[in-house]
Design a protein around this ligand. Structure first.
Ligand code: SAJ
Length: 444
C-alpha cells in the first residue's frame, strides 16, 4: 500500500510567520542567556534579525546591554557591535514576548539530589512565556530533557482553546549541542536537529534555523529530537564508564590501559577511543543520561547500561584516592596527615568550569581521610570544598613541599616535566606524563 501523505492546511498564521522568517523581519526572543542562549542570540542578530535576550538574572542583562560578554565563545567586540547596532538587546521583562514572533527556551535542566529531572526552570520559563504568547508565534525548547517534555509539559502551557498548534502557533524541540571552548565547532556550524509537534511545526523550525545556521537536520517529531541529544550524551557516558572499568581491570592485571587504548585506536574503523579518568564531570554528560533512565523507567524499561556506567564512573574518585593511599603506603607514609597537592580541578582540561568536577569528590575523600589537601589550577583561582574556600597555590612551591602530587585535570598549560622533577611522587589520572618513565609515577 502506498504511503499516505498528510497535507496540512497552511494557515494564514503559517504564511505570515514564514514571510517574516524568510525576510528576516521576525522579531526573535531567546530565553536564558547562558552558554547556549547567548551564542544563539548572537548568531540570529548576525543574520540580521532583531533579537531580544531574556534572562531572570539582572547582572547578565546588564552585561549584555553593556556589550560585555561573560561567555568565552562570544567575544566582547562582537557582542558590542550587535548591541550598538540595536540588533541585540537584553531584558528581564518577559512582557516583551507579546511583541515577538519567535522564542527559544535555553534554560538549565539539572538533576535533583534523587537523580530525578529538575524541570523547575523549564516550567517557570514557560509560565512566564505563556502570559504573553500569542497566535503566529514559533516556540522552540532547546534545554536537554526527557522524550515527551515538549508535548507533555510545554504544549499544554502554550496552547489555548483559541490557539491550535501547527496552525495558529508552532512548537518544536531542538537539542543544544554547544561545546564551550571548542574552537572548531561553534553554534554557527554545529548541525541543528529540530523536530516539531506537527509537520508544519517542523517545517517552520527548520526554516527558522536555516536563516542563521549552516546545517539544519529536521526530524519527524519532538520526541525524536529530544532522544537524539540523550543518545549522543548517553553514548559518551557509557563509553567512558566502559573504559574506566577497563582501567580497573588493567590495574588489577598489571596492564597499561593507556597503551591498550592507544593501540586499539589504530583500528581505522569500528572503534572510538575514550580515556579513563578520575570520574565524570560537567553539566551534560553526568546529568543527561539520567533524564533518559528516569523516563525509560516510567515506560517500564530499566536503563541498566546507564545505571551501571553511572555507578562505575561514580566509583572513580574512590579508586583514585585508593591509588594515592597505596602509593604513599608503598613509601611508608600514611595518607592521614600527608600533604596532597591536586593539579587541575576544572571538570575537563583547558576550561574554568568546576561543575560536577571529579576533583571535588577526590579532594573531599582525601580530606575525610585526614590528608592535608591543596591545589593548583590556572583556570580556577579559588574553589569551595566541604564548605571551606581554597585558593589555587603556586605550583612549584607546592610540588616541592608535598608528599604526593595528583594530576586530576590535565590542563595544557602545565609543564609536566617540571612536575615530575619537583614532586616526590605523582599519581597521574590523565596520562599527562605519557612517555615519561620514573619510579615516582603511579598511573591510573
Ligand atoms: N571524560 C573522560 N574520558 C573521556 C572523555 C571525557 O573521563 O574519554 C570526562 C571528562 O574529563 C569530563 C567528563 O567526562 O569530566 C565530560 O567530558 P566531555 O568531553 O564529554 O565534555 P562535556 O561535558 O563538556 O561534554 C560536551 C557535550 N556537549 C554537549 O552536550 C552539547 C558532549 O556532547 C560533547 O561530545 C563534549 O562536550 C565534547 O566532545 O567535548
Amino acid at each position: 500500500m502506498g504511503t499516505v501523505t498528510v497535507v496540512e492546511e497552511i494557515s494564514s498564521w503559517s504564511a505570515c510567520l514564514e514571510d517574516k522568517i524568510e525576510n528576516h523581519t521576525a522579531r526573535v526572543g531567546i530565553v536564558g542567556l547562558g552558554y547556549v542562549g547567548l551564542p544563539l542570540a548572537v548568531e540570529f542578530a548576525k543574520a540580521g534579525f532583531s533579537v531580544t535576550g531574556i534572562d531572570v538574572q539582572d547582572a547578565k542583562v546588564a552585561k549584555v546591554n553593556a556589550g560585555s560578554s561573560y561567555i568565552q565563545d562570544v567575544p566582547d567586540w562582537e557582542l558590542q557591535s550587535l548591541v550598538e547596532s540595536g540588533r541585540l538587546t537584553a531584558t528581564s521583562d518577559f512582557s516583551v514576548i507579546s511583541e515577538l514572533d519567535t522564542v527559544n527556551i535555553c534554560v538549565p535542566t539539572p538533576l535533583r539530589k534523587t537523580k530525578d529531572p529538575d524541570m523547575s526552570f523549564i516550567v517557570s520559563a514557560c509560565e512566564q512565556i505563556a502570559r504573553y504568547f500569542h497566535p503566529g508565534m514559533l516556540a522552540i525548547l532547546e534545554s536537554t530533557t526527557y522524550p515527551g517534555t515538549t508535548d507533555e509539559v510545554v504544549l499544554p502551557m502554550l496552547q489555548s482553546k483559541t490557539c491550535e498548534v501547527g496552525k495558529d502557533f508552532f512548537l518544536c524541540f531542538s537539542p543544544e549541542r554547544v561545546d564551550p571552548g571548542n574552537a572548531q565547532f561553534q553554534t554557527l556550524n554545529i548541525p541543528k536537529v529540530v523536530g516539531g509537534v506537527t509537520p508544519e511545526c517542523t517545517r517552520m523550525g527548520a526554516l527558522f534555523y536555516s536563516q542563521a545556521l549552516q546545517k539544519v537536520v529536521p526530524v519527524a517529531s519532538t520526541q525524536v529530537a529530544e532522544m537524539v541529544k540523550l543518545l549522543e550524551n548517553t553514548f559518551r557516558m557509557i563509553n567512558i564508564g566502559l573504559v574506566n572499568e577497563m582501567a580497573l581491570m588493567c590495574g588489577r592485571m598489571g596492564i597499561d590501559v593507556w597503551e591498550v587504548i592507544d593501540a586499539a585506536a589504530t583500528k581505522p574503523f569500528g572503534f572510538m577511543p575514550f580515556y579513563p579518568g578520575p570520574g565524570l564531570g560537567g553539566h551534560c554528560i553526568p546529568i543527561d543520561p539520567f533524564y533518559l533512565s528516569w523516563k525509560s523507567r516510567q515506560a517500564g524499561v530499566e536503563a541498566r547500561f546507564i545505571e551501571l556506567a553511572g555507578y562505575i564512573n561514580g566509583q572513580m574518585p574512590h579508586f583514585v584516592v585508593e591509588k594515592i593511599q597505596n602509593a604513599l603506603n608503598d613509601r611508608s607514609k600514611a595518607l592521614k596527615g600527608a600533604r596532597i597537592h591536586v593539579l587541575g580541578v576544572a571538570y575537563k582540561k583547558n576550561i574554568d568550569d568546576v561543575r560536577e568536577s571529579p576533583a571535588l569528590d577526590v579532594m573531599h575523600l582525601l580530606m575525610c581521610r585526614g590528608a592535608r589537601v591543596t591545589y593548583s589550577d590556572p583556570y580556577v583561582p579559588s574553589l569551595k570544598v566541604d564548605g571551606c574556600t581554597l585558593a589555587s597555590q603556586d605550583l612549584d612551591v607546592s610540588l616541592m613541599s608535598c608528599d604526593c602530587a595528583a594530576i586530576i585535570t590535565d590542563h595544557g598549560s602545565v609543564d609536566y616535566r617540571a612536575v615530575l622533577e619537583k614532586a616526590p611522587l605523582v599519581v597521574d589520572t590523565r596520562n599527562a606524563l605519557k612517555g615519561y618513565a620514573s619510579e615516582k609515577i603511579v598511573r591510573l
